[in-house]
Design a protein around this ligand. Structure first.
Ligand code: SF4
Length: 349
């Protein structure tokens, strides 16, 4: 049931998780946490009903209905020692991605200026490292300070972080740190063997402890079951607090990686995943990330209807293509969606 008064209230006064469980009325015990069974029940709803619940939630928490534009720049490409099965940047896979050095400060700032001029709110810097060395942190903090001075929100994804590294990034002005859980804990080992799920959780906890906002999501369509997709979303939704940004990627199979031949996930299942993310993490920016190009306009439109309210914007993600900025602007205009104007960080802690 929609509480029409909620649009005027600050976020802290919105419905609690328990209220949302009750509203969703999926016939299972109400608690502060989402169980996998509850989330599977959401996935199993008739699509219209699921979309209605997602839209109801979205309107309550984001009455403006705006879409955030985030630009992602690969500041250090390829040569990564990790073995993520989906990733062409892993040194061990024979892909077209070649290892490059860390970009220079001036080049990063030029890219950030161009992103701002094109309308981006957030500038994300990604490096293909297992974890940064302290000398890398020094270089990246200079980039963060420079990007921040341009008036953009800053985000970085540099691999696993120690507590003191997280603190140094926060002190440089980093607003968000991205570190994806990728998938459910029980499917994780099928995709990555060079680090464990707990490593991911430890980094997220270091990021929170340093006072930064968390960007954390994953990839669907890697061969996981629906139950595993539900378990992945439960894990995200039960983080306390859940991430402010939740990027959901649709696998882009890349030649040379172990997932090169993976059969694509049904687009409607992707739409359901977005809707369930919106319902279970109502205050989060749910971001359409890699794979948008493959989804096409109609499915992207359904994803916005299901509550997606952030996109990666620009012609290139870390190593995969992205709809061109002009096409994105046209699609958003055609759907009557405004873009987020402010670069003020939305914080859930
Ligand atoms: S996803 Fe990140 S950590 Fe994994 S191989 Fe690619 S660059 Fe390395």
């Amino acid at each position: 049931m929609q509480d029409t008064q909620t649009v005027e209230k600050p976020l802290t006064q919105f419905k609690s998780k328990a209220d949302l469980h009750q509203d969703i009325n999926i016939g299972v015990q109400v608690s502060g946490e989402w169980s996998v069974t509850q989330i599977e029940a959401l996935f199993a709803l008739p699509l219209n009903e699921l979309m209605l619940k997602a839209q109801d939630t979205h309107k309550s928490y984001f009455p403006e209905g705006d879409v955030e534009l985030a630009t992602l720049l690969s500041i250090k490409t390829g040569g990564c020692p990790e073995d993520c099965s989906y990733c062409p940047q892993a040194a061990r896979y024979d892909t077209d991605v070649k290892a490059e050095k860390l970009m220079g400060l001036e080049d990063v700032l030029e890219a950030a200026k161009a992103a701002k001029a094109a309308g981006s709110n957030r500038f994300c810097m990604g490096a293909a490292w297992r974890e940064p060395k302290d000398r890398d942190i020094e270089k990246v903090t200079a980039m963060i300070k420079g990007v921040k001075a341009l008036g953009l929100e800053t985000c970085a994804t540099l691999g696993m972080l120690e507590a003191d590294q997280a603190q140094a990034l926060q002190e440089a002005g980093l607003d968000f740190y991205n570190h994806n859980l990728d998938t459910s804990e029980d499917f994780y080992r099928s995709v990555i063997s060079t680090r464990g799920y707990q490593d991911r959780l430890d980094t997220i906890s270091n990021v929170r402890a340093a006072g930064m906002s968390v960007c954390c999501g994953g990839i669907v369509g890697m061969g996981e079951s629906r139950q595993q997709r539900a378990a992945f979303l439960a894990r995200l939704a039960n983080l306390n607090p859940y991430p402010e940004s939740v990027p959901i990627n649709h696998l882009v199979p890349v030649a040379g990686t172990p997932l090169a031949e993976q059969k694509p996930l049904d687009p409607l299942e992707f739409v359901r995943t977005i809707a369930v993310a919106r319902i279970t993490m109502p205050k989060a920016r749910v971001r359409l990330s890699a794979g948008r190009q493959e989804l096409g306009r109609a499915v992207q439109a359904m994803c916005f209807m299901a509550g997606a309210n952030s996109i990666f914007y620009g012609e290139q993600l870390l190593t995969t293509g992205n709809p061109e900025a002009e096409q994105d602007r046209e699609l958003l205009a055609e759907l009557g969606l405004k873009t987020k104007q402010s670069c003020k960080t939305e914080v859930l802690v």
